[in-house]
Ligand binder design. Sequence first.
Ligand SMILES: *Cc1c(COP(=O)(O)O)cnc(C)c1O
Length: 738
Amino acid sequence: MKNSRKKLVDKNKILQNMLATTMYGTFFGVSQEVVDTVWKNLTSSKGNSVTYISMEIGADRDVFHPIKKRLQEVDITGSTDPQLDSFIKKFLNGPVKIPNYGGGLGILAGDTLKSLADNKIPSVAISLLYRKGYFSQLVDSELGQIAWAKGWEPESTPTLYRLNDPKNKKKPLEIEIPFYDRDDTKITATAQVWIKLEVNNNLDFFVPQILLDYALPSTPDWIKDAAQNLYDSSSERSKAIQRRLLGSSVTVLMKTLGITSKTIHLNEQHGVVVVLHLIADELQSKLGPDYTIIASNDDIAAAAEKVSKRVVYTIHTPVKAGHDRFEKNLYAELGHSFCQRVLRLLAQDEDQPDFFNFTALAMKVNRATNSVSRLHKKVTMKQFPQYAEKITAITNGVHHLTWISDSKAELYNSFPELDNWQNDPSVFAEAMQLIKNKKFRTYMDQAWFADTRKLTDYVNDMLINHRKQMQETWIDPPNFLSHLDEKECSLDPHHFTIGFARRFSTYKRADLIFEDIDTLSDMITGYDHPVNFIFAGKAHPSDEPGKILIKQILDTQEELYEKSNGMAKLVFIPGYDMNIAKLMVAGAHAWLNSPKRPLEASGTSGMKAALNGVPNISIMDGWWVEGYHGGKTGWKFGYEQPIEDTSLSEDPSSLLYAEDSKSFYKIFSDVLETFYNEELRPKYLDKCIMNLALNCPIFNTHRMIAEYCDRYGLTLPKQLETKITKLKKMYSSDTYKP
Ligand SMILES: *Cc1c(COP(=O)(O)O)cnc(C)c1O
């Protein structure tokens, strides 16, 4: 009795500390003190914070939901206070998907913000709220990928809030973004301001993500429509409008909310239009309201120079499609003539006189340009020789608390050598001591098996559901296995399981290892080594060659199955998202990456696998050049000679299928032998533990943001500075000196 009363009191106290009110509304999950501290930092006249701009942010709640976790831990399911009760219900049962991301770039953004929050680094992110999100993927065995727009409800999604107007709390806060037609006549786009609290694991800090919702009656349809789907590419015009909505929102929003960040971080060049506004602001304060008429080219150059001191830019890909170029004529319909003038001065495309090049603009106007791995730095310097001196590397990472599976987390928690890994992933270096620890090895094996079974169960259920769906809908199940009887079609978790999942894009060569099915099948049947191949990923709806790749994977299934006498099972999971990614990276026995070197600038899914101890089998590209450690952590294959001009070509004839697939077959029999041979199996587990010891301390976003702190130039409290220094000591992606 006494005990339960005490618990009741505690619960009330816990709940009191989970509610905060400001002039913008009431927020759940963090205390008033935390909200006040975060807001004070962001609005302080010191400007000691970072504003992070990203077209997409991926942070689904089914893979990381610290507030829900806390409620469950203390067994809170409701409250007598109606407001609290509705929050609790929403956070426990509300939708968990926030489809504001397309792939790696967005998830990197989400992981970055989570690590900024964990480490209490004052920052805020700005992006758009896409009412139709990124497209949802269905897959039909005949048609291949089918894209459709699934609506979602920000209103009912936990951690998202629409801000109230402080001047009239009954109304939502709105901001106005000016567009200009060819005659410089102003057209106004209105947005409501949403905020998503990226609350950290300890619930004692958060990074606000500000998401702008342009789907309002007062916004002209042609602007509103362009803001509905992330990466809408129905026309160049929609694409340009979407980019402009992101970049042009920043200064207006900062002024409205009083955000003072001196540093602006561009996560890719999509939001680079912000620099035009910053330049305009500079000129206005120097020359007054007539600046558009009286500013000389020198004035503009001087303003750009000043603005560049505030901008940190990360370039994410050497691939052409990742860099925006817009026709000048098109831009004349969207921006003020003065803006065209600045673009002519700072964003002229070198190859096409009639185009603006937004990567060129981002390259010019910044104080630090970061590439996302050491190899990518070399490639970027080759692509942009005129900026070579300022290009540095900060190798990407992933948020370890998001990507480590529950069973692995439980394992890591049970060994004192790894104490505090949750707060400080550099602790994983201590896993070196565990390599000979029998108990650890046994538990690791068990945790791994639990994850593999979770994955194969998921796939097996899916195959059965697809078979039922065959009778109910017009969709032909994407997997050949759904057509076999249940016993034959299911995957066995004891069989070697290899995972591949990422965006389908030609340079990533999803079908590389199926180049020679006879050789592959012989290898599998010859030694009696059955293999599950589990694939997933979306192709951008307008990427026709990418969609053909998905179809090719489907078309390979039957042949592979037949030729291997049913020992090779290739499955495609539709609707790739963070949850499927987490199941796959933890449950696979090896993670495959087969891009054409050096076009994968970093790659992050392999890091997620490494955090779970899963070895990579990869081309020497992106992060793997740094994570391979002479074979201690996995396998390499394929071309690894120096980068030449042809290396950057995405032309189908230059994709090195024959050479690189041969190289894969050479190592793959070794992989299978190591996995299946009882005597060699301990070596397999060694590789897994070496991933913990060598890769976990480095390829996480805590270490990554520690390196970014150098570029941000923030003043941090002593204790935090010490922690950041410790994380930074783990690694130096570059030899950058601020
Ligand atoms: C991690 C992740 C990606 C990026 O994977 P890469 O290996 O960097 O291509 C894409 N989509 C989802 C859902 C992910 O979780």
